[in-house]
Design a protein around this ligand. Structure first.
Ligand SMILES: Nc1nc2c(ncn2[C@@H]2O[C@H](COP(=O)(O)OP(=O)(O)OP(=O)(O)O)[C@@H](O)[C@H]2O)c(=O)[nH]1
Ligand SMILES: [Mg+2]
Length: 430
């Protein structure tokens, strides 16, 4: 089954907590701090797999969580990092953040790796917080949670040539004749219900051709199978527009040509202005051949008479496609997607509805790792904010004495022109 849309949850592993531990040596009553760091959480990594051409797998599995980092241990032993979780996606997968529709990645090149959800950093053990003024730190950092978000995936197949036309004109027959692809072929409209790709390797160098379900009048308004499959032709360089010359079909190829052109125009760019080669099919049938010249004249476009059935005219069409592809510029490459989304840099102070101040930005990672509730850890974090210039920025807001200041999951208090941990009196008041 062909599936070209999916919605999935990705979550990086949590970083392991840092350890609080002290050296225990024989005859040394109280050794120095020796708590090791927590390991980092694993990333969820998308890997472009050229063997895939559908998002079907994501119907069965929607949640992807990478492994957590292990906590640090005593004797300065670091915790193990969590394993990355690899998720295979087909070439042409576009990744959007569901929350706001932002395009995060356009994954076209086989082998490309892209971090969809970064694992959290491990917390530092108490051994790291030893300083001349702080000989026995009794706190360590927590592990940071991994990034976690809903993604919307959209597959846009990658092909050089797109086949368009009414149902039953012989699109799938042509693809079957030229490639190993096996779309369903039968003598009724809407035989092929999903897009098919075939590699055509008989005209010098190979090209990829896409067969999508036939269009009818009003497809852009949902008639027939609608025009949603046209998306898969948006990255082609050339269209091959197939008309049915059969006198028995009851169809008028000139009328059909105009209808399909209108549907392409209604779909919009880049398809509307994509160059097209017109081929008139089924010339093996009696009387069909006699209509070729009249059709070409009526649509004002040269046509290639072919029979996908007997093979007549197919070489001329194939070489014309090859030549056109050679002349056309290569498709604009998707802007390369950075492997990892950049972390925020800098911070800002915002006012919360209850009058408290909140600091957002790059200091939040460390706030996530702070062992809130531990006075020493909070005081250490407050000192970090001072060094980062956050305290100075808060001062510009002229906060009242006792104003709560929130960062990530924690809260400090503005007192005496600086930030201090929340004390019992504050807690009673808040
Ligand atoms: N006589 C003759 N019949 C053909 C030719 N090409 C295709 N056909 C027949 O036309 C019918 C429709 O062919 P398909 O290839 O399924 O047509 P399609 O355009 O893919 O149709 P949809 O998938 O419904 O959009 C089948 O019965 C084919 O055998 C041809 O050159 N000559
Ligand atoms: Mg078909």
């Amino acid at each position: 089954m062909f599936v070209d849309e999916a919605r999935i949850w990705v979550e990086g592993g949590r970083g392991g907590d840092g350890a609080v531990a002290f050296r225990r040596e024989k005859y040394v009553p109280r050794g120095g701090p020796a708590g090791g760091d927590g390991g980092r959480g694993g990333d969820v990594v998308f890997v472009v797999d050229p063997g895939l051409n559908t998002l079907l797998d994501f119907q069965h599995r929607r949640h992807f969580r990478a492994e957590n980092g292990a906590p640090g241990e005593g004797a300065n032993r670091a915790g193990r990092s969590g394993e990355d979780l690899e998720v295979r996606v087909p070439p042409g997968t576009r990744v959007f953040r569901e929350e706001d529709g932002t395009l995060l990645a356009d994954l076209t090149e086989p082998g490309t790796r892209w971090v969809a959800a970064r694992g959290g950093r491990g917390g530092k053990g108490n051994a790291r917080f030893k300083s001349s003024t702080h000989q026995t730190p009794r706190f360590a950092e927590r592990g940071e949670p991994g990034e976690a978000l809903w993604l919307r995936l959209e597959l846009v197949l990658l092909a050089d040539v797109g086949l368009v036309g009414f149902p039953n004109v012989g699109k799938s027959t042509l693809l079957t004749r030229w490639s190993a692809a096996r779309p369903e072929v039968a003598d009724y409209p809407f035989t092929t219900l999903t897009p098919h790709l075939g590699v055509v390797d008989r005209f010098d160098r190979p090209f990829v051709m896409a067969d999508v379900p036939g269009l009818i009048e009003g497809a852009h308004e949902g008639q027939g199978l609608g025009d949603r499959f046209l998306r898969h032709l948006s990255r082609t360089r050339l269209l091959v527009h197939l008309l049915d010359l059969s006198p028995y079909s009851g169809r008028d190829p000139v009328h059909d040509w105009h209808v399909v052109r209108r549907e392409l125009a209604a779909w919009g760019e880049p398809l509307a202005s994509r160059p097209e080669i017109v081929a008139v099919n089924k010339i093996d049938l009696p009387e069909a051949r006699d209509r070729v010249a009249a059709v070409a004249a009526a649509i004002g476009h040269p046509v290639f008479p072919i029979s996908a059935h007997t093979g007549e005219g197919l070489d001329a069409l194939g070489w014309a496609i090859r030549q056109a592809l050679d002349r056309l510029p290569p498709p604009p490459l998707a802007a390369p997607t950075p492997v990892v989304r950049p972390r925020p840099v800098g911070f800002a102070v915002v006012r919360e509805p209850d009058g408290a101040l909140r600091v957002v930005g790059d200091v939040e990672g460390r706030a996530q790792r702070t062992a809130w509730g531990n006075h020493d850890a909070e005081a250490f974090f407050a000192e970090y904010l001072r060094r980062r210039g956050v305290t100075a920025a808060l001062e510009a807001e002229a906060p009242e004495e006792g104003t709560p200041v929130r960062v990530g999951p924690g809260e400090l208090v503005w007192r005496g022109g600086g930030l201090v941990p929340v004390d019992a009196a504050d807690r009673a008041r808040l």
